[in-house]
Unconditional design. Structure first.
Length: 158
């Protein structure tokens, strides 16, 4: 073998090694592209999931707002009923202590609706249990009411 042949074989080996290196790099880059495409799909799915979660959170938030408005309306009705009961109780006692209205006074206000009375009874039970030392959480569990509603009833009685 001549020196020229050895150099040619050596250069062919270097060329083959360089070609092999290029093929490995292309293979790695192809894998990165495939992995990138998979990541894009995952991120797209995550984005869609987050959008749906946000929509659901907005729906829940709106329902909570509506529930709060309903509870506020009920609390206002209760406060009005309690005020009427207090006023009619004071008027019923009167200076003579009799239960009849004074001359010229209107008769006591008409009875509250059964729904309001049921709520007042429930909240009366809340106050009664609190007077026995139960916490709002314990009352909530015992009467199957939300803790916030129990706390509201207790705050309205103060």
């Amino acid at each position: 073998m001549s020196l020229g042949t050895l150099i040619q074989i050596f250069l062919d080996l270097i060329l083959l090694l360089g070609l092999g290196y290029c093929l490995l790099r292309l293979n790695n880059e192809d894998r990165w592209v495939r992995d990138g495409a998979a990541r894009i799909k995952e991120l797209t799915a995550l984005r869609d999931s987050l959008r749906e979660t946000i929509r659901e959170a907005l729906r829940v938030s709106q329902r909570i707002g509506e529930d709060i408005q309903a509870k506020k309306k009920l609390a206002d009705e209760m406060a009005l009923l309690l005020q009427e009961e207090k006023t009619s109780g004071d008027a019923a006692r009167g200076p003579t202590g009799s239960g009849s209205p004074r001359p010229g006074e209107a008769a006591a206000s008409p009875p509250a609706s059964p729904r309001i009375l049921k709520q007042v009874d429930k909240y009366g039970e809340v106050v009664r249990l609190a007077s026995h030392g139960l916490t709002a959480g314990e009352i909530s569990k015992r009467l199957d009411l939300p803790v916030g509603e129990v706390e509201l009833a207790l705050n309205l009685r103060k």
